[in-house]
Write a protein that binds this ligand. Structure first.
Ligand SMILES: *Cc1c(COP(=O)(O)O)cnc(C)c1O
Length: 457
């Protein structure tokens, strides 16, 4: 059969309601035109994020009932730890309540003022944690990763020459570790090849710099490697993941992504000294090292979820969903980042609404129009999220102005996607009437979550 079906059926439903267009306009006004400030129940199809929004399997729910809530050394912790060790073969495992807690502990213990941390593209919370610790977060993604139209297999790769240049310019002593984000969320959910990671590792080894993998979507990245990288077609996703982690000295993880869970994360490393410092920070902030801010039942759900994310039929279905949307955009000529990423489709706002200058946040214009048109919530990944503001208040726009439509895992069916396609096509038809925005309030860090906008008429 040609049709790829959802490899699950639905046992429990959650009602969706679609409020009227007038109500949506009112709701967005009340939210200061920032979709992060909307009530979730006013969003009919919520594609704000794939983080923690997935549906758990019967196996995960069943495992949760086995949750051992002992403060120290629980059975659930042992399952969590052994699953992570099986996938990563990394020695020390520290549970955290989500990915950014792992990043925060890493940054606070390993960074000194004035350090430089390279990455393909830092995710927003990673960047914030690194900068808060006094370092500079540098993005070294390959040039093709910045070209939204180029359809090549591994656009998440780091430019190894840029990495070497970065190290020789700043000096090894300024770089306590280098990161690589798989898949590259900020750059459009694009995968990183194992060949690239081996090359990065070779450069880092020359300078004795540890590699930290931001592993949030390690299973999706493993699927792309199986599909696209020569020599991996016959390897299981688990084997590919194991090879990926064999190059890592440490990793941060949000289990809200490829942990297929609604909360959780971890920080892992091979270095005993690092582990000791991580543990001390963890106890102070997150909890005892065998639960780290999570309930025993969460540890259970994650242990099952991490393995389910590596099931081939799940990844095949998930990828088919992404392609279902991107193929339709392709046919209509709607600009999006090619090839489609692993967890989302990214509309190219610069091309979609070329009449809005970057200083007026084209991504926000597009996100808000999509919400008003169909009650669908996406998110801007552009100058609001990644624009740099210097001390004089001058703003440098982001390289790309994207609108991310992230796919919660195992949540929406094909008819939801048909509806979504209709909504986007309607917005595309009327794109000339979309307005730019200006910011009327913003906090110092991670402004996109809470800033206020005003329409520019
Ligand atoms: C989500 C995410 C994080 C942060 O994880 P949280 O669980 O949201 O704190 C870090 N890096 C990447 C690439 C992510 O996608």
């Amino acid at each position: 059969m040609r049709t790829i079906i959802e490899p699950f059926r639905i046992k429990m439903t959650e009602p969706l309601k679609l409020i009227s267009r007038e109500e949506r306009i009112k709701a967005l006004d009340k939210a200061y035109h920032n979709v992060f400030l909307l009530d979730a129940e006013d969003c009919c199809v919520d594609l704000l994020t794939d983080s923690g929004t997935g549906a758990m399997s019967v196996q995960q729910w069943a495992a949760m009932m086995l949750g051992d809530e002992s403060y120290a050394g629980s059975k659930s912790w042992k399952k969590f730890e052994s699953t992570i060790k099986k996938i990563t073969n990394i020695k020390y495992v520290l549970p955290t309540h989500q990915g950014r807690a792992a990043e925060s502990i890493l940054a606070q213990t390993r960074i000194t003022q004035g350090d430089i941390i390279p990455n393909n593209n830092h995710f927003d919370t990673t960047r914030a944690n690194i900068e808060f610790a006094g370092a500079q977060a540098v993005d070294l993604v390959c040039d093709s990763g910045l070209d939204a139209k180029l359809d090549i297999p591994f656009k998440g790769n780091m430019d190894v020459k840029k990495l070497e240049h970065c190290i020789t310019t700043h000096g090894r002593e300024k770089i306590p570790f280098c990161m690589i984000t798989v898949t590259n969320n900020t750059g459009g959910g694009q995968p990183v090849s194992l060949e690239n990671i081996r090359n990065i590792k070779a450069v880092l080894n020359k300078f004795d710099i540890p590699l930290v993998i931001d592993a949030c979507r390690f299973a999706e990245n493993a699927y792309f490697i199986k599909e696209r990288e020569a020599g991996y077609a016959d390897r299981s996703l688990l084997e590919i993941a194991q090879e990926l982690f064999s190059y890592a000295d440490a990793a941060t993880m949000s289990c809200k992504k490829d942990g297929l869970s609604n909360i959780g994360g971890f920080l892992i490393c091979n270095n005993e000294q690092w582990a000791e410092e991580f543990k001390n920070a963890l106890i102070m902030r997150e909890g005892f090292p065998t639960y780290g801010g999570l309930a025993g039942r969460d540890l259970e759900a994650i242990a099952v979820g991490l393995m389910e994310a590596l099931e081939l039929d799940y990844q095949v279905y998930r990828h088919a969903t992404v392609l279902y949307l991107s193929d339709r955009l392709e046919k209509t000529g709607i600009p999006y980042v090619r090839p489609a990423g692993g967890h989302a489709v990214f509309l190219d706002a610069k091309e979609f609404v070329p009449h809005i200058p970057q200083s007026q946040y084209p991504g926000i214009g597009l996100v808000n129009s999509i919400y008003i048109e169909g009650g669908v919530r996406g998110v801007e990944l552009g100058s609001v999220m990644f624009g740099r503001i210097d001390d004089s208040g001058k703003e440098t726009p982001a390289a790309l102005e994207l609108v991310r439509l992230a796919f919660p895992r195992r949540v929406y069916t094909q008819s939801h996607f048909d509806y979504l396609i209709e909504v986007i096509e309607e917005v595309w038809k009327n794109r000339g009437s979309i307005s730019g925005y200006q910011i009327t309030y913003q906090p110092k860090y991670l402004r996109h979550f809470s800033c206020h906008f005003k329409v520019i008429r």
